[in-house]
Design a protein around this ligand. Structure first.
Ligand SMILES: NC(=O)c1ccc[n+]([C@@H]2O[C@H](COP(=O)([O-])OP(=O)(O)OC[C@H]3O[C@@H](n4cnc5c(N)ncnc54)[C@H](OP(=O)(O)O)[C@@H]3O)[C@@H](O)[C@H]2O)c1
Length: 279
């Protein structure tokens, strides 16, 4: 692969998994388009990447809940022409039940996880199909498979990302496009910015939090094997297998524990319960 001949676009690269992907593609000589909402952080990431790896980094700052911002990003993609890699990673959680979340926040989640992923994927595909190659990684979540593990809108929007990606992979395989649904479990990042990562890890010591770099390593290994579903981490894989094999009512009964509590509990409150069932 010729250095600086390839371009990867990564949404949500200011921190966490997106930033780790940016480093991995940069060290392999890719030019980057990285997006995020926090201007200073994004510019700092871009500066580090361009000076460390001698690549071109374009920053796109904006909130993907805004239709005009999404249109601007899609126009940038079309102007750029050849995009080799797309990583739809931008996302966030809301640790409140559906009935306690304001409708604006619910719409923002739908726009970021569902609408942005759909529109950006649609924008990159014509050129990837013309080139007859490309990589698309859509970041879903392990939470997409376990009702009650995450709040209902998070589960619903991340389920969309997962099933959309699985089906898309079948549609575009004939064009040589490699598509992955990446479903991480608990990962140390700014995602849990309202809960201190260290405190969370202490509280749920049975769960192994992964680093963004570990998640990215496993994603890229799975990509090489052309695996559509990637669940990084042995324990997360185990949770997935259990979730798939238990009847829905059992899962819902286990998850029901969280509905008897409120603010004190976090989106992972059910995991120790599942873990104790396993052990
Ligand atoms: N961490 C976990 O435990 C975990 C588990 C499963 C799945 N995930 C998924 O992994 C992905 C990456 O999360 P992370 O853990 O790396 O968290 P993170 O460190 O908070 O990174 C999230 C990124 O998404 C961007 N973003 C969020 N909402 C956005 C919006 N409305 N418009 C534009 N950009 C937005 C953020 O930008 P700014 O910070 O600049 O606002 C940030 O760059 C997310 O899709 C998340 O749902 C995370």
């Amino acid at each position: 692969m010729e250095p600086n001949q390839h371009t990867a676009i990564i949404t949500g690269a200011t921190s966490g998994i997106g930033k780790a992907f940016a480093h991995r593609f940069a060290e392999n000589g890719f030019n980057l388009i990285i997006t995020g909402r926090r201007p200073e952080e994004l510019k700092n990431v871009a500066k580090t990447l361009s000076t460390t790896y001698n690549i071109i980094v374009t920053t796109f700052i904006g909130d993907l809940t805004d239709p005009q911002i999404r249109l601007n990003l899609c126009n940038l993609i079309k102007e750029t022409g050849k995009i080799d890699v797309l990583i739809n990673n931008a996302g966030f959680g809301i640790d409140l039940p559906f009935y306690g979340t304001c409708i604006t926040d619910i719409s923002s989640m739908i726009s970021t996880h569902i609408v942005a992923t759909t529109e950006i994927t649609h924008a990159v595909l014509p050129e990837m199909i013309r080139q007859r190659k490309g990589i698309i990684i859509n970041v879903s979540s392990l939470g997409a498979f376990i009702p009650g593990l995450t709040r209902s809108m998070y589960l619903a929007t991340k389920s969309f990302v997962h099933y959309f990606t699985e089906s898309l992979s079948v549609e575009v395989r004939q064009f040589g496009i490699n598509v992955q649904s990446l479903c991480p479990g608990m990962t140390r990042s700014d995602f849990h910015r309202n809960h201190n990562n260290a405190e969370l890890e202490k509280k749920f010591e049975l769960i192994k939090f992964m680093t963004p770099e570990e998640v990215v390593d496993q994603s890229l290994k799975a990509l090489k094997k052309r695996r559509v579903l990637c669940i990084p981490g042995a324990l997360n894989k185990l949770f997935f297998v259990i979730a798939k094999s238990l009847p829905l009512w059992v899962l819902q009964r286990i998850s029901g524990f969280r509905n008897e509590e409120s603010i004190e509990h976090t989106p992972v409150s059910v995991l120790p319960v599942i873990a104790s069932v396993v052990h």
